[in-house]
Design a protein around this ligand. Structure first.
Ligand SMILES: [Zn+2]
Length: 296
């Protein structure tokens, strides 16, 4: 979820009563000349309720996937009285639209603003793990922090400390929405991963090139032989883009949304499995089978 606006359709329900169409005539008995402004009547009667429980598709950091989740409000100041006040007070604003549909959108944007601060419990319907969304506003606008009960980064059991340290930094940056910082940390984690695997010369670009040459010559480690090196180059380029000035264009940083950092999590999960886990798992399995064979 990039912003609370994505929830608007799940969160609010229009329960405004539609006025009955009654035949109205003017003082001369001419019905066809009387225009009834139904939008105006509906705007005057507008009633919106906020659902405190609903289902939404959100990222589960335990499953490392988008999952259907049950969302429950734990705290908000946006109660029914406040909603009613916002609707009433907005009616007299100069920029208030006149059509019901546009006025409804206008009100929803105001209700979304009033959702700061609020706290939500998110339960993954697949793995049942819980996480918490905290919505608040700072000078950069509305922010969402997503804290999980279970996972602290994507490190696997055999990930070396110097790699998992930077993945943990990326995770901590990600949960407070510091996505540019997270992307730089993923790049550093990759550089440590390659260093740990013996690619010690030069900067990250040189390390990736050396690995690529090794793959082409067939001398690279086994985990690298089926690897698409482009993935590593993308992590490097994204990290550079997050750290460099980009000719003063700060808007480029907005490309690093929560979807991108979640995808980088998935890429690292795959890499760590290939580099540090698969061979150990395979060796354990073979050792077990050999033990049984030796007893026959
Ligand atoms: Zn889950």
């Amino acid at each position: 979820m990039k912003s609370i606006c994505e929830w608007s359709e799940l969160l609010y329900k229009d329960v405004t009563e539609t006025p009955n169409i009654i035949p109205v005539t003017d003082s001369y008995g001419n019905g066809e000349h009387v225009n009834i402004d139904y939008d105006n009547i509906k705007i005057s009667n507008m009633k919106i309720v906020m659902k405190k429980n609903f289902e939404a598709e959100l990222y589960c950091s335990t499953c490392s996937e988008l999952r259907n989740t049950a969302v429950k409000n734990l705290h908000t100041n946006l109660n029914s009285n406040k909603i009613e006040t916002i609707i009433k007070e907005s009616r007299y604003k100069d920029d208030a639209p006149r059509s019901f549909e546009e006025y409804y959108k206008f009100i929803i944007s105001k209700l979304n603003v009033a959702l700061s601060p609020s706290l939500w419990e998110v339960t993954c319907l697949q793995c049942k793990s819980k996480s918490y969304l905290f919505i608040y506003t700072n000078i950069n606008g509305q922010q969402i922090i997503h804290l999980s009960e279970t996972i602290n980064g994507v490190s696997t059991p055999n990930t070396p400390y110097e790699v998992s340290y930077y993945l943990d930094q990326a995770h901590k940056s990600k949960i407070i929405g510091a996505n540019s910082a997270a992307v730089v940390m993923y790049r550093t984690a990759l550089e440590h991963l390659l260093y740990n695997q013996g690619y010690t010369k030069g900067m990250l670009n040189a390390k990736i090139n050396e690995l690529e040459n090794g793959i082409n010559r067939g001398t690279a480690p086994r985990w690298a032989l089926n690897l698409d090196v482009e993935i590593l180059k993308i992590i490097k380029d994204l990290g550079n883009g997050a750290a460099h000035t980009n000719k003063g264009d700060i808007t480029k940083q907005y490309l690093f949304d929560s979807e991108i950092v979640n995808k980088l999590d998935l890429v690292f999960k795959y890499l760590l499995e290939e580099v540090y886990e698969i061979e150990i798992k395979r060796n354990k399995l073979v050792t077990k089978l050999k033990d049984v064979r030796n007893q026959i």
